[in-house]
Design a protein around this ligand. Structure first.
Ligand code: NDP
Length: 347
């Protein structure tokens, strides 16, 4: 399988760019040609460390977007900046791969999708989990009726937040907290698995660990109803070391338990249990989740297929996360705003 070659400009000198995405881009033979960042000293060190050429010594977004050699930008700044940066990139004719959550509110998510559509560029969002071979295998089992009618889904997405990531995620800015960080990932898995709309959410969020300043929640338990009376339970936490991750799907004819799959690494096992007993399901694609995401994005940019998660999918994932936060803060069960994005694009 060959991946069309892309020349990237990075917007955001972030940890994920350095530890995950630049290596993945290079594994696929892509070219990382430029960097824009708000902090020139940090950017200069980042560019040198990661061997990103920077002929002008400027790290402004305008310089990056003016570079005609750049096909696409990868935006991995903090969440509140995604909309403005993606809109500028789209206006400059660059395809956009944006980090999740796509934005901090639904209106911004929809504006970003509309901007990319208006300028004829691809918008992909880096929810890597739906791309995983394990998650695709679980979706296929469900779609093929292996467990009958789906009744319930449980997601355990818990770990200890690595020390190097204990910054803005734990602070007070828009987009901080475990719900915007992990619950939106869960929704990016559950939404295409069920293929139906989330209707309502009821949630509790807490701050379990003494991280110092900041009030963002570090653990959340959410209950959701999807169409057809399907019940979904999500547990997300930054606070639990040595915890396994898990996706469970229960149907009226069987169940699927996928252990260790809520991770970007191409790991995890899938057990299927039905009237015939329990057996392990073969996972044939063990490519890295980011490689798969980049492959589909690059193909879409070359006019073939679409990104694994596009702006509309990402807005639906965000809608679930925002409903969870709304429920937790208001201490009520709230509706999920799953309105079809296409209707809003003409606004
Ligand atoms: P970081 O905290 O590493 O970086 C975010 C921004 O902070 C950078 O873009 C940079 O700003 C600034 N920054 C970081 N380090 C420094 C420094 N030493 N000095 C000055 N400025 C600094 O964020 P993450 O990599 O953890 O997350 C970035 C985005 O990626 C978020 O949207 C997050 O949700 C997403 N993410 C997604 C993951 C996934 O699973 N798909 C996993 C991890 C993160 P500037 O933009 O100005 O360069």
């Amino acid at each position: 399988m060959t991946t069309p070659r892309i020349t990237w400009g990075l917007i955001g000198a972030s940890d994920i760019a350095e530890t995950r995405m630049i290596p993945a881009m290079r594994r696929l033979g892509h070219n990382v040609a430029g960097l824009a960042s708000g902090d020139a000293d940090h950017a200069a060190r980042f560019a040198a460390r990661n061997e990103i050429p920077n002929g002008t010594g400027e790290f402004g977004i305008e310089e990056l977007l003016d570079d005609r050699g750049i096909d696409a930008v990868y935006i991995s700044s903090t969440n509140a900046r995604h909309l403005e940066q993606a809109s500028a990139a789209a206006a400059a004719g660059k395809h956009v791969l944006c980090e999740k959550p796509v934005a901090v509110d639904l209106q911004s998510a929809r504006r970003m999708t509309a901007a990319c559509a208006a300028h004829g560029v691809v918008l992909g969002v880096n929810h890597h989990l739906p791309a995983a071979g394990t998650h695709r295998a679980v979706r296929e089992l469900v779609r093929d009726g292996a467990i009958g009618r789906v009744l319930a889904v449980n997601v355990q997405h818990t770990s200890l937040l690595p020390e190097r990531l204990r910054g803005w995620r734990l602070g007070d800015e828009d987009g901080a907290g475990v719900v915007m960080d992990l619950t939106c990932h869960d929704a990016s898995v559950v939404n295409p698995l069920l293929g139906t709309r989330a209707l309502r959410a009821s949630a509790i969020v807490v701050r379990q660990h003494d991280w110092g300043p900041g009030r963002a929640e570090d653990a959340a338990v959410s209950a959701l109803e999807y169409e057809g009376g399907v019940l979904v339970r999500l547990h997300d936490a930054f606070t639990t070391p040595n915890a396994p991750t898990r996706l469970e799907v229960y149907g009226d004819a069987g169940s699927i338990v996928a252990d260790g799959v809520m991770t970007p690494e191409p790991e995890g096992t899938i057990m299927l249990r039905d009237a015939r007993g329990e057996r392990e399901v073969d996972v044939t694609d063990r490519r890295h989740t980011y490689d798969i995401t980049l492959h589909h994005f690059a193909s879409a940019a070359a006019g073939e297929g679409s990104p694994v998660v596009d702006g509309r999918d990402a807005a639906d994932a965000l809608a679930v996360a925002l409903a969870v936060l709304d429920s937790a803060r208001s201490e009520r069960t709230v509706p999920v705003d799953f309105s079809p994005i296409r209707l809003l694009e003409t606004n």
